[in-house]
Design a protein around this ligand. Structure first.
Ligand code: TMP
Length: 200
């Protein structure tokens, strides 16, 4: 049997530090001799670039069903182009956002979580999904210049509620992201190393 890598995703509100921590995690894994790869959603592919432009970089939100469908299309492209090939090479693929972002953001906007799961039927389940919890009031303070249509307190509060629900249903592992960077990074790394040890 060929070697199979692992697939880990990091979730959180906008400006919750997940990009910093996803990068740090990959660096720490590489330093420990693991093969690891950083990737992100929306993806860096053509569909992902379109999604950023068409959904995020505008004043008003497009219909939420359109958001959910476009994020799901980008996800399939991301899986086929980056996640599966990385795993086939035995790498630990770390994705900065994944399916749970659709559940949280489009779910918070009123879509049925079951329907969101259905249109994401082709999305492979991650081996480990981490949620960095930072209060919405804090992330809004960090967002000095608005970059995306999602970056307002009302949206972030509702998104956090869905993430917490997903934590309670054990889809996501919560790490307190509202602490000094090195403490959060240590917790992320030890959670991942524990998981890798148990699953080896
Ligand atoms: P980020 O790259 O700064 O994390 O921003 C991505 C934005 O896209 C963020 O506001 C969350 C949003 N998003 C969704 O609403 N649904 C999704 O499925 C994904 C992947 C992202």
């Amino acid at each position: 049997m060929g070697k199979r890598g692992k697939f880990i995703c990091i979730e959180g509100l906008d400006a919750s530090g997940k990009t910093t921590h996803a990068y740090r995690l990959v660096r720490s894994l590489l330093e420990r001799g693991y093969e690891a790869l950083y990737t992100t959603e929306p993806s860096s592919g053509q569909i992902g670039k379109f999604v950023r432009r068409y959904i995020l970089q505008r004043k008003e939100r497009v219909p939420t069903v359109v958001e959910a469908l476009l994020f799901a299309v980008d996800r399939v492209d991301h899986i086929e182009r980056t996640i599966k090939p990385g795993m086939k090479e035995g790498k630990i693929v770390v994705s900065d956002r994944y399916l749970y972002s659709s559940l949280a953001y489009q779910g918070a906007a009123g879509l049925d979580l079951n329907w969101i799961s259905e249109i994401n039927e082709f999305a492979l389940s991650p081996d480990l999904a981490i949620y960095l919890d930072v209060p919405p009031e804090i992330v809004i303070k960090r967002l000095k210049r608005k970059k995306s249509v999602m970056e307002n307190l009302h949206t972030q509060r509702r998104v956090q509620e869905v993430y917490i629900r997903l934590v309670n249903e054990r889809h996501l592992v919560l790490i307190d992201g509202n602490r000094a960077k090195h403490k959060v990074a240590n917790d992320v790394l030890s959670t991942v190393l524990d998981f890798l040890e148990k699953s080896s």
